[in-house]
Design a protein around this ligand. Structure first.
Ligand code: CA
Ligand code: CA
Ligand code: CA
Length: 252
């Protein structure tokens, strides 16, 4: 393979792959799938993320469809889940051939793109409909109901920034989103760290003047390092010039 092709391949991996799975609004569906062709939608929510890698346009055993309010299929992809799972068994027990057993039920998390006009989801196994469920993401009643799949993304009118909706929004708006604290991700919302007297990673003089007076902690550190380097070079030059002067005087 010549160098040009190799470079093109590297560029493709660096740019094309992330673009193909770029962040977008996705509906996260948690599904219980049974080998006997039944399925339950346990819950769903809207999130910022990427479509599941296992969903493909290539026909496979299972198919997922999103249906619009007017009845039109707006999305369909295929997947091939496995009911064979690897197991750890006791040393005394006889291991199954190839270390796997077949289970009756698996839990699937499928992330599909969000469409504003989406009404329902359907899952088929070899053309047999095994799941049909409505997608309800927002019941507008001025109450943020996370148990009804509402969050800032799916229902901004009921769940404004900072709502306890299971979604860490990280908006810079003076409100610390408690979800970021509960999920141990306070660094995502500057409002949760601004005011702790430390100029943290994502803060600067503009976003958090309380903690970052003029320049950020990182910048201060860089300035100290550059200052130290200049001082060292200055001392070396001074020593060198003194030595040269001493030598000249010795020669005289
Ligand atoms: Ca509501
Ligand atoms: Ca929230
Ligand atoms: Ca915030």
């Amino acid at each position: 393979m010549n160098l040009k092709i190799k470079l093109l391949l590297v560029l493709f991996i660096l740019f094309a792959v992330p673009v193909a799975h770029a962040l977008q609004s996705v509906i996260v569906l948690n599904v219980e799938l049974y080998k006997n062709d039944t399925a339950n939608l346990i819950n769903l929510r809207l999130e910022s993320g990427a479509e599941s890698f296992e969903l493909s346009a290539e026909p496979n055993e299972y198919k997922i469809e999103l249906i619009a309010k007017d009845g039109v299929v707006i999305y369909n992809k295929y997947f091939g889940p496995s009911f064979d799972v690897m197991i750890d068994i006791l040393p005394s027990a006889t291991p199954p051939p190839d270390g796997k057993i077949t289970v009756e039920k698996i839990l699937l998390t499928l992330k599909v793109p969000y469409f504003e006009n989406v009404k329902s989801v359907k899952i088929y196994h070899s053309n047999t409909l095994i799941l049909s469920a409505d997608i309800v993401l927002c019941t507008k009643n001025q109450v943020c109901e996370s148990d009804l799949n509402e969050n800032l993304l799916s229902c901004p009118s009921d769940c404004p920034s900072g709502s306890v909706d299971g979604f860490c929004d990280g908006l810079i708006d003076g409100i610390c989103d408690k979800d970021c604290v509960a999920q141990g991700r306070i660094e995502k919302d500057i409002d949760c760290t601004c005011g702790n007297s430390a100029c943290d990673e994502r803060e600067d003089a503009n976003s958090c003047s309380k903690d970052c007076k003029h320049i950020s902690g990182k910048k201060t550190y860089v300035i100290y390092v550059i200052g130290a380097l200049i001082a060292i070079i200055f001392v070396i030059l001074l020593t060198y010039s003194f030595k040269r002067q001493n030598k000249r005087e010795e020669v005289k």
